[in-house]
Design a protein around this ligand. Structure first.
Ligand code: 13P
Length: 352
């Protein structure tokens, strides 16, 4: 099928479903996919908006943890489907729930109250452990507010899985370096020194985003040499050295807002996922010069192609017409559902 046939087929299917279907997409999706979405947003916006959708089906163009969050927050009777169920987030997989539980036991052995704060890029199991232990989820857009909240709930907070977002957020809060402790998880936690951990207020899981850790200070130096007038913006999943060397750091929604508010003729170099950077560059042609700090693509996000979206929509037809099940549906483990939802709802409550 040619590209335009594929495009038209998806649009025909959208018309056929009408108000029964909402297609949502994260900003990191490709243009060919995002053009079919009714809603697009960053992790926080999509979590909030999906909770308000009242169509029968949400087709979520993104990675697994995002669709899972949408399914947890969706209204009763709304089904969430993911066009590519194997589209995982490698950072989310860096914190297995069993290991998290073991580490929490270790960190609280002395009687300290440690509040887990799980970045939304985490598995359902991690969100469930977090919710059960009085913790919350956060996204990059509200990490500062949520870390401040977590630190005030107990003696310490465990931030997971993204060490870099944790460190950058701690910098924003002015938390001294000597009050932070990066856990070493080799040996399933046997390497963690509980006495050293007991002295810290912020415990950091050693996970990272492979897309954002591709950015480095050398690229920033090169960019500044070539475009001295450029403002450099990066996502806070970048390592702290990069965040400190950049002019601004913020979540996807922050970056988009910054671009929209930038004065005409400004030059911006952006360190985040390439689909978003290229889309912004195209949108702003003639007004702003937008350059990628370096091209860094999320291969997991790229798994959702127009072809794959089309197949998932076709599989939705018998669900709509005959009440059949679809392999694309995101099903939530019933045992994990309530605590994981509690962790997400805590974030929405704290952040309003
Ligand atoms: P946002 O919270 O900015 O949407 O980031 C999502 C993400 O997965 C970044 O790697």
């Amino acid at each position: 099928m040619s590209n335009s046939e594929l495009h038209d087929k998806i649009e025909d299917l959208r018309r056929r479903f009408g108000a029964d279907l909402t297609i949502v997409g994260h900003h990191y999706q490709s243009d060919e996919v995002i053009r079919h979405c009714d809603l697009r947003g960053d992790s926080l916006e999509l979590a909030r908006r999906c909770a308000q959708i009242d169509s029968r089906f949400i087709m979520f163009c993104g990675v697994y943890f995002m669709a899972e969050s949408a399914a947890l927050l969706a209204q009763d009777g709304v089904q969430v489907h993911l066009p590519e169920p194997s589209a995982e987030c490698s950072m989310a997989l860096m914190s297995p729930p069993d290991l998290m539980r073991r580490i929490m036991t270790l960190l609280t052995r002395s009687g300290r109250r440690v509040i887990p704060l799980a970045y939304v890029n985490s598995t359902l199991g991690v969100k469930a452990v977090t919710g059960a232990l009085g913790g919350s989820v956060c996204t990059s857009a509200n990490a500062r507010k949520m870390l401040d909240w977590a630190l005030r709930q107990g003696d310490a907070a465990l931030f997971l899985p993204d060490k870099n977002l944790g460190q950058n957020t701690a910098d924003l809060l002015g938390l001294p370096e000597n009050e932070r402790f990066v856990l070493r998880l080799r040996g399933g936690g046997a390497d963690v020194d509980p006495k050293a951990a007991d002295k810290a207020r912020l415990l950091l899981w050693p996970g990272f985003c492979s897309i954002h850790t591709r950015f480095n200070t050398q690229q920033i130096r090169r960019m500044r040499a070539e475009y001295p007038q450029a403002r450099i913006l990066v996502h806070p999943e970048c390592v702290p050295e990069v965040v400190n060397a950049a002019d601004e750091a913020g979540s996807t929604s922050f970056i988009i807002r910054y671009v929209h508010e930038a004065p005409t003729d400004a030059t911006l170099a952006i360190g985040t996922e390439i689909n978003l950077v290229e889309r912004l560059a195209l949108e702003q042609t003639g007004r702003l010069k937008i350059l990628p700090l370096v091209e860094s693509a999320c291969t997991h996000m790229a798994q959702t192609t127009e072809e794959i979206l089309c197949a998932a929509l076709e599989a939705l037809v018998p669900v709509l017409e005959k009440g059949e099940d679809s392999p694309y549906r995101v099903n939530i483990d019933t045992e994990l559902e309530a605590p994981a939802r509690a962790a997400l709802e805590r974030m929405l409550t704290v952040c309003g």
